[in-house]
Design a protein around this ligand. Structure first.
Ligand code: SF4
Length: 77
């Protein structure tokens, strides 16, 4: 699996904590209780994608770092 580039849109994040529960080595709350990526390589790709899918407001975007392709959410065709 390709190397991933994961980002959190903090203005969307509602601090539910789902991503942190799924991948606590990748995501953590910042001082404002918004999730942020603390380690891009903190978990395997499947776990990171599961964390992104767990977000109730789709605040997490996962890209293939090499190709730039957006893996989640699936880009609209
Ligand atoms: S799952 Fe989404 S809303 Fe919940 S803490 Fe993570 S980024 Fe924020």
């Amino acid at each position: 699996m390709a190397k991933l580039k994961t980002t959190v849109n903090k203005s969307k994040c509602i601090s539910s904590g789902d991503c942190i529960e799924t991948a606590p080595t990748v995501f953590a709350f910042d001082a404002d209780e918004k999730s942020e990526v603390v380690n891009q390589d903190g978990a395997d790709a499947g776990t990171i994608l599961a964390a992104a899918r767990s977000c109730p407001v789709r605040a997490i975007t996962v890209n293939d770092e090499d190709t730039g392709e957006q893996l989640y959410p699936a880009p609209k065709k």
